[in-house]
Design a protein around this ligand. Structure first.
Ligand code: NDP
Ligand code: MG
Length: 380
């Protein structure tokens, strides 16, 4: 029996993690943490019997305490609550399925408490990878990727420990606007941007997929996870989302991981690594699939990728600026306050005015995040 804690249990990754728990029978849930969806959290609590629940919103936490007073369960709130869920003594693995930079402190706390991390929350590595990776090494904890591309690379590297990576080929679906030019993106709305061709995910990452910011974040995530240089990572558009990513070794041999687009596979792989378990659901049928095609990403139109590369090349606090600006811009787009293309304007303006910090510590990362938010609020 393995015991886990799930931060962000009410989201897309969180609910699919609980589906894996339900199917596998030998996983136990110690803690569940959510933002504000207490109706779903209550159903999860009654089904999976954690000993701790964390709700970000204090008022909602109070409401939940009232609704489940028939149960013996501690309900905590705010950042303190998240940290308690991340460090609960019973858990061996913490699934970081929370969205955004808010995941940094709980991830660091979980690592310090010796928990392995099943990492979905890529924003954490993008902004604080230089702190998290050495900390994980020091505390001898595993960072197990849940992001499908990184799980694919992780799977491709299995048994290749002594062999050097020549190149990582990170695949991208291209998102709902693949093939469109800048002019055609001027008037696109939320509903268009949320229509991802292959994956069903939370709103923020779905918009990030439409802008290609997601792929930019994934390049930075890959760099930290697999300790490679930026120029060893190539993004390849593979619209069917069948190849989840590939590794080219020094002899030119390439190992790819393929499958249907189902996040339960990488989630389950992270939870049971290195063991593979049966997973129900659709299987890849090559005869029906017919073809797998490849394209270069359109970096003239989808500025999310070149801006991310620029932020990664500059390093220091710039990836934090890129990420924080994107987080706030996406919220504004989802609130219908800015247009789709303004997401790029906000990111590039925030990067242009930022005075870079070479090697930011956690406080400086969080201060930079706040400065970016304040700057955006004062202008847009
Ligand atoms: P969702 O928006 O579906 O879910 C986000 C989760 O985080 C919800 O449970 C939400 O709670 C919770 N949450 C948000 N803010 C807080 C907070 N302040 N305190 C506690 N909980 C909070 O996102 P996804 O599941 O799509 O994505 C989660 C992460 O995984 C992201 O970093 C994303 O980039 C990454 N990822 C997702 C993939 C996917 O397929 N969905 C694929 C690869 C990576 P509530 O709803 O109750 O407010
Ligand atoms: Mg991904």
């Amino acid at each position: 029996m393995k015991t886990i804690s799930i931060l962000g249990s009410t989201g897309s990754i969180g609910t699919q993690t609980l589906e894996v728990v339900e199917e596998q029978k030998d996983l136990q849930v110690a803690a569940l943490a959510a933002g504000s969806n207490i109706a779903l959290l209550e159903r999860q609590i009654r089904k999976f019997h954690p000993s701790l629940a964390a709700v970000w919103d204090e008022k909602k936490a109070k409401e939940l305490r009232e609704n489940i007073k028939d149960l013996k369960l501690k309900v905590v709130s705010g950042m303190e609550g998240l940290l308690e869920a991340a460090t609960i003594p019973e858990a061996e693995i913490v699934v970081t399925a929370i969205v955004g930079m808010i995941g940094i402190r709980p991830t660091i706390a979980a690592i310090k408490a010796g928990k392995d991390i099943a990492l979905a929350n890529k924003e954490t590595l993008v902004t604080a990878g230089h702190l998290i990776m050495p900390l994980a090494k020091k505390n001898k904890v595993k960072i197990l990727p849940v992001d499908s591309e990184h799980s694919a690379v992780f799977q491709a590297l299995n048994g290749e420990k002594k062999n050097k990576i020549h190149k990582i080929l990170l695949t991208a679906s291209g998102g709902p606007f693949r093939g469109k030019k800048r002019k055609e993106l001027e008037a696109v709305g939320i509903e268009d941007a949320l229509r991802h061709p292959n994956w069903s995910m939370g709103h923020k990452i779905t918009i990030d997929s439409a802008t290609l910011v997601n792929k930019g974040l994934e390049v930075m995530e890959a760099r930290w996870l697999f300790d490679v240089e930026l120029d060893q990572i190539q993004v390849v558009v593979q619209p069917q989302s069948v190849i989840h990513s590939m590794v080219e070794f020094e002899d030119g041999g390439i190992i790819a991981q393929l499958g249907t687009p189902d996040m339960k596979l990488p989630i389950q792989y992270a939870l049971f690594y290195p063991e593979r378990r049966f997973l129900s659901g659709k299987r890849l049928d090559f005869a029906k699939l017919g073809q797998i095609t490849f394209e270069e990403p359109d970096e003239q139109t989808f500025l999310g990728l070149p801006l991310a590369i620029e932020a990664a090349q500059k390093g220091g606090s710039m990836p934090t600026v890129f990420n924080a600006a994107n987080e706030r811009a996406v919220s504004k787009f989802l609130e219908r306050k800015i247009s789709f293309l303004q997401i790029y304007d906000i990111i590039s303006k925030c990067m242009a005015v930022h005075c870079m910090i070479e090697n930011p510590d956690l406080d400086q990362i969080l201060e930079t995040e706040q400065q970016v938010y304040d700057y955006i609020e004062s202008r847009w």
